[in-house]
Design a protein around this ligand. Structure first.
Ligand code: CIR
Length: 252
């Protein structure tokens, strides 16, 4: 069960955030409204939500998921692989320290939270342009004393592992065709999301409800067919920066 979430409002600098999309610049005012709605949804699902102010100098600072990996026992600060985001993890440390003991991973280990999926007591870590093998090993070292296993996966060439794979409850994952046959994921039921709705692979599971991004009817139907409750919200302005639903919060 999650009880808390930390989010961070985007700042006007978000228009200079990193992107691989060709969807235009985000509309800052609309992004603020969508961010408010996102936080409201988490509250409606029972979470105590802390909303931080934007961190000047970090255009991608609203994507807090990448700055840390949090589990029940500890918060692990992650040195981000994107050069313009390096150091961003330190801006979240004071807030995390209010809740958990904090462990810092340091370069040359690099790891972003978007590459880390926690299910029960297992961390699945995808290697990517943002996360290297040293980063995965450092995370494993930080969480092993608390009884967690770490499974390292050399996955598809996507931005993050959770661009391709997300947990939606009932032992089920949403998965890209490319990651569908990974032996490390064989223990799960798979719901394959085809490339025409690739963005919707990044759904967010909160305590029995799956938040699904607006505009992806096939994925919504597939998620609903698993029997789980769903809520749909629009995060179009964050999509313009490659940001999905999971990356807008840290949950614990
Ligand atoms: C970035 O490229 O770092 C941001 N524009 C998007 C980060 C998305 N993070 C995530 O999916 N965990």
């Amino acid at each position: 069960m999650f009880t808390h979430a930390i989010t961070r409002r985007p700042g006007p600098e978000m228009v200079d955030g990193i992107t691989s999309q060709n969807l235009g610049k985000p509309d800052f005012e609309l992004a603020l409204e969508q961010h408010d709605a996102y936080c409201r949804t988490l509250r409606d699902l029972g979470l105590d939500v802390t909303v931080l102010d934007a961190a000047p100098g970090f255009p991608d600072c609203c994507f807090v998921e990448d700055t840390a990996v949090v589990c029940a026992e500890v918060a692990v600060l992650t040195p981000l692989g994107a050069p313009s985001r390096q150091g961003e993890q330190l801006t979240i440390e004071p807030e995390l320290a209010r809740h958990k003991p904090v462990v810092r991973i340091v370069p040359p280990a690099l790891i972003e939270g978007g590459d880390v999926l926690l299910v029960d007591k297992t961390f699945f870590v995808g290697l990517s342009d943002r996360t290297n093998a040293q980063g995965a090993a450092a995370l494993a070292d930080a969480v092993r004393p608390h009884g967690y296993d770490t499974v390292v996966i050399a996955c598809c060439p996507s931005l993050h592992f959770k661009t391709d794979v997300n947990f939606i409850g009932n032992d089920t994952i949403l998965v890209s065709p490319c990651c569908d046959s990974l032996p490390e994921l064989a223990r799960f039921r798979h719901v394959v999301v085809e490339d025409d709705e690739a963005y919707a692979r990044n759904c967010l599971y909160i305590n029995g409800t799956v938040i699904v991004p607006a505009g992806f009817p096939k994925t919504l139907a597939k998620v609903q067919a698993t029997g789980v409750k769903t809520v749909v919200i629009d995060v179009s302005e964050f999509r313009k920066l490659d940001g999905g639903l999971t990356c807008l919060s840290l949950r614990f």
